[in-house]
Each structure stands twice: as structure tokens, then as C-alpha cells.
Design a protein around this ligand. Structure first.
Ligand SMILES: *Cc1c(COP(=O)(O)O)cnc(C)c1O
Length: 395
């Protein structure tokens, strides 16, 4: 017996569920890429991306995924042999560092831990040791999608300031932009990057970078610049330069629609919606954890992301069995554990186009799987989550 007929639900951290309005926005003929309509579409999106990143700096749109935006950041600002510092808190800053190393950059990883956020004091201490200012850039993620951690980006910015260090401060917001507060200018960030397919409810294929004036000055002398990624070339006056070639018209239609929906909801409401739905997930997991098998990957509750929750399974229980049950019996696709958490954890994404029934439905299906597979877990988890939501969402 299976209960999976009906729409399959992706609870994976990207690509995420797209609104029907976003899908429909792409179902139309292409544009003359030399038309005023095209130019206006681009101008509006670039303006709104800077608004999302909360910066007076310049935004760029690439036909790429997050890995592409990583490379865009590195190639525009660094030279072969430059030293940079990647702040470990899971998988992604380290992965970004690996890309940099492959480009000939000297990458030091500030050792972190899969189960906690970056500690600003450790960043400050490392930077204070760098007396001859060898470190040119600091890479960190706001949300690490593998570990489920949220880093305190403002506090790390303060730590860099306290050390009086001039390295560029560069932040990955692929799994947080539009879902959790981010203040590029106020938090002292020089460059931020993101992608289309997670919190931004748009198909995979667009990547975004925003750079402030300081980053654009450093760019002038960067030795790793290449024509496709190059900011200066993209600032040329002909429209096609904005994309180093043909514009990805349909993805831009989709992004326009998604951003319109996000701004209509308001960013503040989106942040609060993500927070409450994440709290419902956390309340549920807390209760399941009473059975001694389920455990949060991130130990400190204040360091758990509002966009994805990484859940460990202890005592030899196999997350794959639970994932298979949820998918094959109920049509819910959970995220898998990646990196060091492979085979040890599963993930529930709660970012982008999600609402209470999507999250409560996913939690209900996971609990059904725990029951059916005989995996010990505390009782009343869903009830507690519903209570939390009904207490916070009043008539
Ligand atoms: C998904 C993700 C990436 C990589 O994005 P791709 O589009 O898969 O290349 C980078 N950083 C974070 C934090 C992510 O969640």
C-alpha cells in the first residue's frame, strides 16, 4: 500500500518548490534581446537584487548555479598565489575554498566543527596574528545547507573590524537570501552571492553577486579575471554585456515574478514566516529526540537555521530507510545527509515557497515513517508544533 498519488513534495534544500505563478511566467515567447522591454527587465532585476542584498553596491546576474557565483567572486577579485581564509561550519565554505585552491589561490581553512557556527572570536584571533596582512579575503556562508547552521554574519563582520583587518569580507547567501535577514552594507560585507533555486523560488540557472565600491576597487588589479565573469566587461553600456551574451530571458521572467511575490509579501513577513515554520520543525524534532535516536545536528538551539534542519539518526538507524519510506509511500522527498553526514542524517528544507500545510504535512509524513519503521521517538511532536503555530498565528 502506498499513499503517494498526488503531487510529489520536495522537502530538499534546493531546487525548491516553485510557485505556479513563477512557472507560468516562463510560458511565453522570447523577447527581442535588443528591445527596451529587455533593458527594463534587466535594470529592474539588478535594482531589486541590490535591494534584497541590502546594498548600495552593484549587482550582477550570471547564467550559472551557486558554484558559478563562487567562481565569479574569486576570479573578479583575486590573483594567483593570493592567500584567503575560509571559515568552516559545515560543507560549503570549505567547498568554496576548494574551488579557490583549484584556481591557484592559497586557501587556509579556519577549522570549525560540523555541529556549530563559526566563532567570531576565533576569526578575530586569527586575523590579529596576520600582522603583515597576507589574508586578502574571508569566505563564510550565512546558512550552511549541509550542517543546518546559521552563522552570525554581523558578529563576524564586527570581529574583522575589531582586528582592524582589511581583507574583503565575502558571504554566501545561497540558502538564506529572501528567507532570513541579511544586511550587506550594515554588516560590513564587501561581496555577497546567491543563487536562484533555493529561497528565491526560481528555477536553477541564475546566480547573483553584489559587490561594494571597495571590492570593485580591488577588482581593478585582480589577476584571475576572465571574460565571462568579469565585472568591468559586464558594466559596459550595451545590454548584452550584462550577461556576457544572450540574456536567459525565461529565467529572468521567472525571477521577476518570484521577486514580485516576495516584495508583495514583504521581506519582513517572509523572514517571520520562515522563522515560525522553522520553529515548528524544531519543536517537532525536539520531541522526536526524546526517543534517543533522533538528534539535531547543530547543538546550540540559537545556531539552527530558519531554512533547513539537519537531523541525525543515532544507534545504527539508517536515514535512507526513512527517506525511502517517505518518498515511496507518501511522495515526500527529504534531503539527504551530505559530506561527513552522509548515511548519518537527513534534512528537512523549509525555505522559499512554503507554508504551514507543506511543513506540517512533511513533518506528519516523517512521523508516519518513524512509526512504520519502528524508530523510537517521543510522542506528541506534531501536536506541539501545531500548538506553537496556533499560539503565534492569531485570528
Ligand atoms: C546549494 C548551495 C551552494 C551551491 O549552489 P549550486 O547552485 O548547487 O551550485 C552553495 N552554497 C550554499 C550555502 C548552498 O546551499
Amino acid at each position: 500500500m502506498a499513499l503517494r498519488a498526488g503531487r510529489e513534495f520536495l522537502a530538499i534544500p534546493g531546487p525548491t518548490t516553485m510557485p505556479d505563478e513563477v512557472l507560468r511566467a516562463m510560458h511565453r515567447p522570447s523577447l527581442d534581446i535588443y528591445s527596451d522591454t529587455m533593458v527594463q527587465l534587466t535594470d529592474g532585476l539588478l535594482r531589486d537584487l541590490s535591494r534584497l542584498f541590502r546594498t548600495k553596491g552593484q549587482s550582477y546576474i550570471y547564467i550559472a548555479n551557486g558554484h558559478g557565483a563562487w567562481e565569479a567572486v574569486l576570479s573578479n577579485t583575486l590573483s594567483r598565489g593570493d592567500k584567503i581564509l575560509a571559515l568552516e561550519s559545515g560543507r560549503f565554505a570549505v567547498g568554496w575554498g576548494e574551488a579557490a585552491a583549484a584556481m591557484g589561490i592559497d586557501v587556509e581553512v579556519l577549522k570549525g566543527d560540523l555541529r556549530r557556527a563559526v566563532r567570531p572570536s576565533e576569526v578575530e584571533a586569527r586575523l590579529r596574528q596576520d600582522t603583515d596582512r597576507k589574508i586578502k579575503m574571508i569566505l563564510v556562508v550565512q546558512v550552511d545547507t549541509a550542517s543546518g547552521v546559521v552563522n552570525d554574519i554581523a558578529a563576524i563582520g564586527q570581529a574583522i573590524k575589531a582586528a582592524d583587518h582589511d581583507a574583503l569580507y565575502v558571504v554566501d547567501t545561497v540558502a538564506s537570501l529572501g528567507c532570513m535577514p541579511f544586511e550587506m552594507d550594515d554588516w560590513g560585507i564587501d561581496i555577497a552571492m546567491s543563487g536562484s533555486q533555493k529561497g528565491l523560488m526560481t528555477p536553477p540557472g541564475l546566480a547573483f553577486v553584489a559587490a561594494n565600491d571597495r571590492a570593485r576597487r580591488v577588482h581593478q588589479t585582480a589577476g584571475l579575471r576572465t571574460p565571462y565573469w568579469d565585472w568591468t566587461l559586464r558594466e559596459g553600456s550595451e545590454h548584452y554585456r550584462k550577461y556576457s551574451g544572450t540574456a536567459p530571458v525565461h529565467l529572468l521572467y521567472a525571477l521577476r515574478q518570484a521577486l514580485d511575490m516576495l516584495f508583495e509579501e514583504t521581506l519582513d513577513n517572509s523572514f517571520l514566516r520562515h522563522r515560525l515554520l522553522a520553529q515548528a520543525v524544531r519543536r517537532t524534532v525536539e520531541t522526536w529526540a526524546q526517543g534517543g535516536v533522533i538528534e539535531f545536528n547543530i547543538s546550540d538551539p540559537s545556531e539552527r537555521s530558519d531554512t533547513v534542519t539537519t537531523i541525525r539518526m543515532n544507534n545504527g538507524h539508517d536515514p535512507a530507510a526513512l527517506q525511502n519510506y517517505c518518498k515511496n509511500k507518501c511522495g515526500v522527498v527529504l534531503g539527504t545527509g551530505i559530506g561527513a553526514l552522509s548515511g548519518k542524517a537527513f534534512r528537512i528544507a523549509h525555505m522559499g515557497h512554503i507554508n504551514a500545510p507543506m511543513v506540517l504535512g512533511t513533518l506528519g509524513v516523517v512521523e508516519m515513517g518513524l512509526d512504520a519503521l519502528g524508530i523510537p521517538h517521543g510522542a506528541g511532536a506534531l501536536e506541539a508544533a501545531i500548538k506553537l503555530l496556533s499560539d503565534n498565528v492569531r485570528p
